[in-house]
Write a protein that binds this ligand. Structure first.
Ligand SMILES: CC(C)(COP(=O)(O)OP(=O)(O)OC[C@H]1O[C@@H](n2cnc3c(N)ncnc32)[C@H](O)[C@@H]1OP(=O)(O)O)[C@@H](O)C(=O)NCCC(=O)NCCS
Length: 191
């Protein structure tokens, strides 16, 4: 089966039944990998919804047990947008293999009065500390500004992570509680 046929045949329900290792073998359609950029939006590679959902489930599932893998599939399916939120960007290597993701959404579980929120920032453990995470954050900042937003927010569960975001130009705005877990809230001006 040609790679493009594989891409066309894998929908969210099929992905829900795939094991993580099978999902990691899913290649991006060659025609959607942009030769000048490592970024591709989930709306262009909908076959990767399951992979994004799996990355999020295994990373943040412990903070909200009610937010199942199936619900995350539904959520990332809603993130298949290009010019409006919610959206997700993926970082691809030269072979089109997805190595990480980041999202922009109107709400991330707290403070519905502010937004939008950078969320689901994830890089495959095998390629961490190579700058990919920072590039994903910067791409979401660029996209948010392009869409007309002047400020975006994030929340982080880990106490040490705010230091990383501080280095990327973000500032802490306070503490909060998300699904019973203490979180740090941060923001960045895009002006
Ligand atoms: C956080 C994450 C996205 C960073 O991705 P990355 O590609 O390694 O990021 P970069 O290479 O751009 O930056 C690496 C820096 O992040 C720091 N960092 C990564 N995880 C960290 C953590 N949990 N606490 C503090 N710093 C962290 C590293 O120390 C490194 O800094 P250094 O090189 O100055 O030592 C990645 O570690 C990850 O996916 N973690 C699990 C998911 C997660 O926690 N996401 C953030 C949700 S708010």
């Amino acid at each position: 089966m040609a790679e493009t046929d594989v891409c066309a045949s894998i929908g969210p329900s099929a992905q829900a039944e795939m094991t993580p290792s099978e999902m990691l073998k899913v290649k991006v359609c060659p025609q959607t990998a942009n030769g000048t950029s490592n970024f591709v939006y989930l709306g262009e590679v909908k076959q990767l919804v399951g992979l994004c959902a799996w990355w999020a489930f295994k990373t943040w599932g412990k903070y909200n047990r009610a937010y199942t893998f199936t619900k995350r599939i539904e959520s990332f399916t809603e993130h298949c947008n290009l010019g409006k939120i919610p959206l997700t960007v993926l970082y691809l290597n030269q072979d089109g293999l997805p190595l990480g993701m980041a999202s922009l959404r109107s709400n991330d579980g707290i403070r519905p009065d502010i937004g939008p929120w950078l969320g689901s920032v994830y890089v495959d453990p095998s390629v961490r500390r190579l700058g990919i995470g920072a590039k994903l954050v910067k791409e979401i900042e660029r996209k948010a500004k392009e869409l007309g937003y002047e400020k975006i927010f994030l929340l982080t569960y880990e106490e040490t992570l705010p230091n990383w975001y501080l280095k990327l130009g973000w500032k802490e705005t306070g503490e909060d509680v998300c699904h019973g877990n203490p979180v740090t809230v941060m923001e960045i001006d895009l002006g």
